[in-house]
Write a new protein. Structure first.
Length: 255
């Protein structure tokens, strides 16, 4: 296996005495698309929240590019090269499509607050760079024709793509997607899978995802980690996971 870009070691999260995650080992090798799956309530989103600093890690650690980032604040995690989307769409609905992407890009501005207020110095060069980057990402995601539209007016599938574009504006090495095709129809799901493969190649990305659409997961992921009730139960290729008795029991019951 390739060197892991992300390595979660024995990761545990406890909320008020309830174990939401218990000893998760989860690796995302460089350049791969890795799935984290399991039944409802298995602890998948908690795992992503722990990795990105939203949930407090009780035990274990998170390594990114070999550095221990356990407990880092979310903003620092984002700056170090991890971007993510969420189960529920979190766009600025009253801003335009391109403004949503540009907002994320402002983490990389070089101008000072004084330059911003007075409109001098590096402001115009940075703003041109940010707009150009946003337009390029919208082109990649097939959304450039909607750049001036309000984000809230987009169809559901396009809003999902816009969330990804906004995450990519952070120029991450690792992109984490939480149920990216939830609510999409079969055609949209196939198109989105092709789009993920394209951006992985074109942008030299590594991707981790949570998803309930097993057809999508088995088609796009190179490796899969399965958890149940916060406990890791299987790890392997899609074919290995499909034939694992513990996975079958977790999803379908022992009977």
């Amino acid at each position: 296996m390739k060197i892991p870009l992300l390595n979660a070691e024995k990761l545990s999260v406890v909320f008020g005495g309830l174990s939401a995650l218990n000893g998760l080992d989860f690796q995302i090798p460089v350049g791969e698309i890795v799935g984290l799956i399991g039944p409802n309530g298995a602890g998948k989103t908690t795992a992503f929240n722990a990795i990105t600093g939203i949930a407090k890690v009780t035990r274990g650690r998170v390594l990114f590019e070999g550095r221990d980032i356990t407990g880092w604040p979310t903003s620092k995690v984002a700056r170090t090269g991890i971007a993510r989307t969420f189960q529920n769409i979190r766009l600025y609905e009253d801003l335009t499509v391109i403004e949503n992407v540009m907002v994320a890009s402002h983490t990389s501005v070089r101008y000072s607050p004084v330059e911003a207020i007075l409109g001098i110095g590096r402001v115009y060069a940075d703003e041109r760079r940010i707009r150009h980057r946003a337009e390029s990402l919208l082109e990649t995601m097939g959304l450039i024709d909607t750049a001036g539209d309000k984000a809230g007016s987009l169809p559901y599938g396009s809003q999902r793509k816009l969330e990804v574009a906004r995450a990519l504006a952070l120029e991450p090495a690792l992109l984490l997607l939480d149920e990216p095709v939830a609510g999409m129809n079969p055609r949209e799901t196939i198109e989105f899978g092709a789009l993920l493969r394209k951006i992985r190649k074109d942008l030299n990305l590594t991707i981790g995802l949570i998803e309930h659409d097993m057809g999508f997961v088995m088609d796009i992921c190179t490796r899969i980690r399965v958890i149940d009730h916060g406990i890791p139960i299987a790890w392997g290729t899609p074919k290995e996971i499909q034939n694992d008795p513990k996975v079958i029991a977790a999803y379908l019951g022992e009977g």
